[in-house]
Every structure is written in structure tokens, then in C-alpha cells.
Design a protein around this ligand. Structure first.
Ligand code: TYM
Length: 410
């Protein structure tokens, strides 16, 4: 079945006018006022307001790109089933920020091959990743959703930017250290991963990057690389900044509340997957690790398990952590854990229903990705061209071929 955006399904609009009704308002998302002072936060509206003025000033001497709304970009890897952590730092932020900017969301399949992955799995996770982006509220009419490998500018930008990124900077990346630790084979791609990510962001003259806290260091590196490139070759890139959720910027594993919830590391029983059956979700919350006290309070240093559950409950219901602490004062952990499980089941149920329908229609997914890739190629081309030009590359007589426009065999 070929479905177009806006078709009524499930008793409502799939990608309709109001989009997916999210359990939190866009104002629940906060942006860092500057990456240099990551503790400073402000509401999205306040964060976005000055950008319109800034853009006009910057564009006078930064011509490769022009748009009316602030540009938003984020990426998500096609590796494994996605988690509640991805929902908190990723999906729900994407759906919220698409309302306020000219938004691009990318399934970063080129990043997926930096750690071992079977070809069949890469294919599956790329398509299921696209289905999940739409199921969690991205509207293909409003947002550009595409696969990274469909826009060759990303690979080219990474190579060009590697000239402005130092070995020392990459060696300091926490994610590289964690992912390479104890591995027999560490790919060169894993080391260069943040350069590819910098290219993703900078190619689109991005101002806003909605991400979780684990990506903060990569975003800071992107800013440094952009500034260095601008200094060396002249103003070329907008300097992007991260947008992090106020609650749930770093959701932890339910069994090991000191470590990030992730499908690649940590106890599987503590990882809530977006596609987990309701009973599996309930069980994971019932068996979540807490502490020897009884008070439901948010104290991450001494009560990491309960604090994590409070944040998850806040993400699932939209209630603040402070209100939840009041509601559960004196009630003990047992009921609280059951309630968090139920709240997550209720959050995931409609998403899973939409996801199953979307994933079953592979042709439509491919069509939507093709539409997204075309838009992404057009949007990234001027910046890539400016990069080549400013770095001194000789322009080919016949012009450069970008993406799908490149004839096969060339
Ligand atoms: P990835 O695929 O690991 O995760 C996608 C998004 O989910 C967030 N996230 C979390 N947020 C809160 N709690 C958690 N436990 C949790 N786990 C994951 C991540 O912060 C991310 O926002 N390098 C990126 C992909 C990428 C990208 C980009 C992101 C490539 N290019 C350009 C932004 C812009 C990554 O591996 O995300």
C-alpha cells in the first residue's frame, strides 16, 4: 500500500497537520546557551529567537546557504534496535524541533560500519530506522528524512574536514575509547567517526543539533573544527550548538544505572527497546535496580537507579521530576516501579503500532527516503562546493557531479 503524508490512519492523521501528539511540549527541550558553558540552559523559544538576526548578519559574508528558518540537523545510527534512551535524547527531540526549524534528520548508515555489522543487518536497521523516525512523529512534508549514504557529499565532506581535525583531538574522544576498549579489531573508521559527524552537521549550515548528552563531546569537536576551517579558509560554516533535553539527556541502563542505556553495551535486561512487547517492558521495570532506601527522590549521585526511573517517568508522562517526587512521597519503590513500567508501555504502544505499519511498506519507505535524499543533496551541495573552492581544489571543467546527478561509471 502506498501511503502519502497526511492520510488518515489509526483513527487520526499519520503525518497530519498536528503531527504525532507528543507527551511533552517543545518547551520541555532546552538548549545550551553556548557549548562553552554547557550548564546554562534556556527554553527552545528563547534559544531560537536571536538566530534570525544572527543569520542575517552572518550571511552578508557567508553566502553558500540561505533559508528563512533556523536549520536543524540530527543523525541516528542504523545499528541494533533503538532504545528508550534514543527516544529521550533523539526521537522526541526531533519531533519537537521540526516545529521550529528547517529540519534534516539522517539515518547515519555510514557511521554504522565503524563497528562490525552484518550486511543484512545494516539493510534491516536502515529501513527499520527510517520507519521509527516516522513512527515517532517526523512528518516527511515538514522534515527532510534521508539515509546518509544516499548523499555522497557526507563522505566527501568528512575527507575534506579531516585536514582540519587533529589526531590528538580524535584520540581524546570518550566514545572512541569506550568502543575500542578490549576489541581485537578497531577500524580506522571508528577513529574518524567524529569527522564524519562534523561533516553531517556542517554541510547543512546547521544551527541547532538536538542530541543526547553522550554526543556532547562530538558536538564540541564539530564546533572546533568548523571554527578552525573558517579561520584557515574564510567563513564557510555556521557554528552549530547542541539542544539537550532538560530531563532524560542521559538515560541509564536499568540494571547498571551508572552506565548509559545502549543496545551495544550493558546488561540486556536493563535496556528497554522501542519494539519491546508490553510484558517485556513491565518486567524490565519491575526488576530495575534501585537502592536500600525507600524514598522516591532525584539524587543521581547516591540514588542513581531511582533518579533514572524518575527521569524516565518524566519523559513518558511529561510531568516534571519535582512533581513526581511529590506524588510518590512516602509510597515506596514497588508501586513506583510498576507505574513507570505502565507509563512506558502507554508511551510505546501507539508508536509500535505505527512502526509496524510503516515497516511493512518497504516501497513507501524507500520512496520517502528518495524524496529526502534529493532535498538533502540540494541543500548540502552549495556548502560542499564552497569547501572545495576555498581549499583550492581546481574546479572540473564540466562541473562537479553531486550525488544522484553523478553519471554511473564516472
Ligand atoms: P546514536 O544513534 O547512538 O543515538 C541517537 C540519539 O540518541 C541519543 N541517545 C541517548 N539519549 C539519552 N539517553 C541515552 N541513553 C541515549 N542513547 C542515545 C544520542 O545522544 C543521539 O542524539 N553519533 C550519533 C549519530 C550522528 C549524529 C550526527 C547526531 C551522526 N551524525 C550528526 C547528530 C548530528 C550517534 O551515534 O547517535
Amino acid at each position: 500500500m502506498v501511503r502519502r503524508a497526511g492520510c488518515p490512519v489509526l483513527g487520526g492523521s499519520f503525518f497530519g497537520q498536528s503531527g504525532l501528539s507528543m507527551p511533552f511540549p517543545p518547551s520541555a527541550i532546552v538548549a545550551t546557551a553556548s557549548e562553552a558553558s554547557p550548564s546554562a540552559t534556556m527554553s527552545t523559544a528563547a534559544a531560537l529567537a536571536p538566530l534570525f538576526t544572527l543569520r542575517r548578519i552572518r550571511l552578508r559574508h557567508n553566502p553558500p546557504f540561505m533559508a528563512d528558518k533556523p536549520r536543524v540537523f540530527s543523525g541516528i545510527r542504523a545499528t541494533g534496535d533503538k532504545t528508550l534512551g534514543n527516544y529521550s535524547g533523539g526521537y522526541r527531540q526531533y519531533a519537537a524541533t521540526q516545529e521550529s526549524g528547517d529540519a534534516f534528520f539522517c539515518i547515519v548508515d555510514l557511521h554504522s560500519i565503524t563497528t562490525p555489522i552484518e550486511p543484512a543487518d545494516l539493510r534491516e536497521y536502515t529501513l527499520s530506522g527510517a520507519a521509527m523516525l516516522f513512527a515517532t512523529g517526523l512528518d516527511p512534508e515538514r522534515s527532510t528524512v534521508f539515509a546518509q549514504s544516499h548523499v555522497v557529499a557526507h563522505a566527501e565532506a568528512a575527507w575534506l574536514l579531516s585536514a582540519a581535525t587533529s589526531f590528538g583531538e580524535l584520540r581524546r574522544m570518550t566514545q572512541f575509547k569506550e568502543k575500542s576498549e578490549g576489541q581485537d579489531f578497531v577500524s580506522a573508521g571508528l577513529f574518524g567517526y567524529p569527522v564524519l559527524m562534523a561533516g553531517d552537521i556542517l554541510l547543512y549550515q546547521t544551527e541547532i543539533v538536538p542530541i543526547g548528552d553522550d554526543q556532547r563531546q562530538h558536538l564540541e569537536l564539530t564546533r572546533d573544527v568548523a571554527e578552525r576551517f573558517n579561520q584557515r579558509y574564510g567563513d564557510t560554516f555556521t557554528i552549530p550548538r547542541g539542544v539537550y533535553p532538560e530531563e532524560g539527556a542521559r538515560i541509564k541502563n536499568l540494571q547498571e544505572p551508572e552506565r548509559l542505556m545502549s543496545t551495544t553495551r550493558g546488561a540486556p535486561q536493563g535496556v528497554v527497546r522501542m519494539v519491546d512487547e508490553p510484558d517485556v517492558v513491565r518486567k524490565k521495570f519491575k526488576t530495575a535496580v534501585t537502592d536500600s532506601e525507600t524514598e522516591v527522590r532525584h539524587v543521581p549521585e547516591t540514588k542513581p537507579g531511582i533518579s533514572n526511573l524518575l527521569e524516565i517517568m518524566s519523559v513518558a508522562t511529561g510531568e516534571t521530576v519535582a512533581d513526581l517526587e511529590k506524588r510518590y512521597a512516602g509510597s515506596g519503590y514497588g508501586q513506583f516501579k510498576v507505574d513507570v513500567g505502565e507509563a512506558v508501555v502507554a508511551l510505546l504502544a501507539p508508536i509500535q503500532e505505527r512502526y509496524r505499519e510503516l515497516r511493512a511498506d518497504e516501497r513507501e519507505l524507500q520512496r520517502l527516503l528518495a524524496v529526502g535524499a534529493e532535498k538533502a543533496r540540494n541543500a548540502s551541495e552549495p556548502t560542499l562546493e564552497a569547501m572545495y573552492d576555498r581549499m583550492g581544489f581546481v574546479k572540473p571543467e564540466a562541473g562537479r557531479f553531486f550525488g544522484a546527478a553523478r553519471p554511473r561509471g564516472l
